[in-house]
Design a protein around this ligand. Structure first.
Ligand code: PLP
Length: 407
């Protein structure tokens, strides 16, 4: 679907967008933090609770079977969306953060010994740093860091020099939530695989914006959050290759993840249930599948093209304003703009823009190593989604110009 010619009907799918904030039309440009939800997703949640709410996998009764079928159909939708080989390679989690913690725990406990090394990058979100540091405290592993250059691009020569025969995993983001850089993850994965090192890709900022195929990338693990792709909060995905997931110890213990329990010996369930202890968010999973259908109906390539158009439009307009410093100027960029305007503190800018109804994010964006790289405390970040318009970008630019005048 061509987004530009259908933008009004697309916007009408998102009820929150008609809101006013401080008596101004809402201009929502905080999509990297979370996205708004279309009616189809909201209605799916309502339908879940009003028509098929029953616990999954346990009941012989009608509602339970319906809920189970919907939950498993959602898993198949995610499998097809990511291009995974098997539905049982899709594990439902609470989100990207939980997915990475799961791998850090289960892969770490299974395969890592004191002195083993993992590689992450300098542009990771804290959720792809701290779980590894917790593992470091438990196991005495070594964490190595791929640096990035002034444009915000990973230094692949430096990466090549980080591998040793103790390297056990590489964990890197597909798209930076601050710099917008789209990392060449296919090449990075190939570099790691030559050295028999598996790779985890943080897809929190890629899956909503570009087409992803985990088999084509040959990713060993790929993770994302539902709420960043127009789905509900509290649901996310861990894709893992069967061979790794089968070999890894469980993450949490409880119902659903077991085959047989006795006080003498407990055996674990098969995939994917081994990693889904307790009642899963079966309403969230079906609503996430609805969100996926929503973006698929529009088309991931159309979304990527439209958001690139918004990125270029916004970058040009902001450049014309003058006195704007951009953080992240890679040629391969997703629709995220991190900036500093003159000497105006990002909190002041964010607060005054909010008074004009414009929602942006300010601060370190859970990526303090990026701030350290540039020697700054934080940035002002605008991040775009498929429902944003050039008129909203004009409102942003006019708002920034107005705040500049005030200072
Ligand atoms: N990774 C990246 C690149 C992100 O942008 C985010 C959220 O902003 C996360 C991980 C964490 O996602 P969540 O809070 O949904 O677990």
């Amino acid at each position: 679907m061509d987004i530009l010619t259908n933008i009004e009907s697309i916007r009408a799918d998102f009820p929150i967008l008609t809101q006013t904030v401080h008596n101004r039309p809402l201009v929502y440009l905080d999509n990297a933090a979370t996205t708004q939800k279309p009616w189809s997703v909201i209605k799916k949640i309502e339908e879940g609770y009003t028509q098929q709410n029953a616990n999954v996998h346990r009941g012989v009764h009608f509602l339970s079977q319906m809920a189970t079928e919907a939950h498993e159909a959602a898993r198949a939708t995610v499998q097809q969306f990511l291009g995974a080989a098997h539905a049982h390679e899709i594990i439902f989690t609470r989100g990207t953060t939980e997915s990475i913690n799961l791998v850090a725990h289960s892969f770490g406990e299974t395969f890592l010994q004191t002195g083993d090394e993992i590689i992450v990058s300098e542009m990771e979100h804290h959720s792809n740093i701290v779980p590894w540091q917790l593992l470091q405290q438990r196991k005495g592993i070594v964490i190595k860091v791929i640096p990035f250059n002034e444009q915000g691009e990973l230094d692949l020569e430096a990466l090549a020099s980080l591998f040793t025969d103790r390297t056990k995993l590489l964990a890197v983001t597909h798209v930076s939530n601050v710099l917008g850089t789209v990392n060449p993850v296919k090449d990075i994965i190939a570099m790691a695989h030559v050295r028999q090192v598996p790779v985890l890709i943080d897809g929190a900022q890629s899956v909503p914006h570009i087409a992803v195929n985990v088999q084509d990338l040959d990713a060993d693990f790929y993770v994302f959050s539902g709420h960043k792709i127009y789905g509900p909060t509290g649901i996310g995905v861990l894709y893992g290759k069967e061979k790794w997931l089968n070999a890894m110890v469980p993450y949490q213990g409880g119902g659903e993840m077991i085959a047989q329990v006795s006080f003498e010996k407990t055996t674990f369930n098969e995939l994917p249930y081994k990693f889904e202890a307790g009642t899963p968010d079966f309403i969230g999973s079906t609503a996430l599948a609805e969100a996926i259908r929503y973006v698929q109906n529009i088309g991931m390539d159309q979304i990527a093209a439209y958001e690139t158009y918004l990125l270029n439009y916004a970058t040009d307009k902001l450049q014309q304003l003058g006195d704007v410093r951009f953080f992240g100027t890679s040629l391969h960029k997703s629709a995220v703009i991190s900036m500093q305007v003159g000497n105006i503190h990002h909190y002041d800018m964010g607060t005054l823009l909010d008074k004009l109804g414009i929602a942006l994010r300010t601060g370190h964006h859970c990526a303090q190593p990026i701030m350290k790289h540039y020697g700054i405390e934080g940035t002002l970040r605008a991040s775009f989604a498929l429902y944003n318009t050039t008129a909203e970008i004009d409102a942003l630019v006019a708002g920034i110009a107005r705040v500049k005048q005030l200072f």
